[in-house]
Write a protein that binds this ligand. Sequence first.
Ligand code: BES
Ligand code: ZN
Ligand code: ZN
Length: 470
Amino acid sequence: MNLQIAQNTDANTNLAFFVSELSQLNSSLFSEKEWNFLANALEDKPDQWVSVNQYNKYIFVYRYKKHLPGNNTFSESCRKAGALLVETLNTQKLKNINVNALGYEALVAEGMVLANYKYLKYFSDTDKKASSLTEMYFENIAEADLKEVQNLTDAVCYSRDLVNTPVWDLTADQLADAAKESGKKYGYRVEVLNKKKIESLKMGGLLAVNKGSIDDPAFIILEHKPKNPKNKKPIVLVGKGVVYDTGGLSLKPSAFMDTMKCDMGGAAAVMGALQTLAANKSNTHVVGLIPATDNRPGGNAVTPGDVITMMSGKTVEVLNTDAEGRLILADALHYAKKYKPELVIDLATLTGAAAAAIGRYGIVAMGDASDEHWTKITTSGENTYERVVRFPFWEEYDELIKSDIADIKNLGGKEGGAITAGKFLANFTDYPYIHLDIAGPAFIETNDGYQKKGATGVGVRLLYDLIKNY
Ligand code: BES
Ligand code: ZN
Ligand code: ZN
């Protein structure tokens, strides 16, 4: 979706006003009857769009309730109002809109673009399925600010597209190609390590998960390094890139498998974040690391009971091949040490336990980064409404992943499954670390405002906000 600054919009373009008081409207736009109608309707109906049909165009007005400026719930209500407007416009088959949101344009635009997203790649009648709304104009916003929203929402949609693409069209190599393409377009470095290189680095976790597959693994490195970065040591983002998770030999029941093209949601978030940071010329040095493979029960697949040696040298008893995410992430987290990072954040659709704990409404988080880092990421979570909930990370959980025959095992006990997974990962870190389990919010079953059924692109806005304000 292409966002434009309103320039002498022609008389037939639909108008939308996002106001707190009717007095903020230019009454000369309306007849007396229309004005009275609006006054009445908005009096009893705040927080929704009321429309006036002027034959050559519609005028939509939204009156929001009084609020404290900077209140995050209000930010989210701006996005949601944008989403609601888009839904109305598309239902009425309108194709353009000129929005005046009295300074809240960026948030309303964000909600609008994300709500207008559709994944149409596989329909034979794409035209009929497409949104009618194709032109969005905004007043009261600087060109640069609108461009920033454009880049951000483009990246969220890029991330959603990747997650929505089935493994047939998105193998590990194809994921790497998508990264290269974006890197070329937006000007950041992308390097892909192939299977041979992965073998020579002894990435035992990634190779073990890939053993049952006929497709090669890939290890994707993204880097945004501005000329004079404000940080000496980079921030490293690690994303789980399981392009399809059948569970491997510990095969998933079909009801749990059918959405597992989403298991590279962490990778897609990291790719989207790097793309936005580069597009918006962030002055922070950021590296992205993505271990990528599918997880399948093929001929020589890793078996429950196998012991593997990770890149770090640690040995792991694999008791459940469906706990594969932690195996590939462990090698990436070990690899991250070479950057001497200031902070490492991984994003992964890692455990059903995280989804069971808080559902799709937030991100399960844990780790041993400083309180300052936690304050920052929690604040960004509130800013973007990709809310972060910190879970305990007590040492007692380490007991649950001790193995009888190896250094650790890849399966915890019956309880605290999201935490034992995080604890497993922490075995491969030696830097300030935050683990984000996005299994709940990455892929959803129903439409909800600007989040559409399917991939949400969760993580992109959170990471961008965090790094922008770092
Ligand atoms: N990819 C899944 C986790 C998942 C579940 C993601 C639901 C998105 C939605 C992961 O690889 C997995 O299968 N985890 C197992 C771990 C268990 C075997 C310890 C799980 O959560 O059941
Ligand atoms: Zn799994
Ligand atoms: Zn998985």
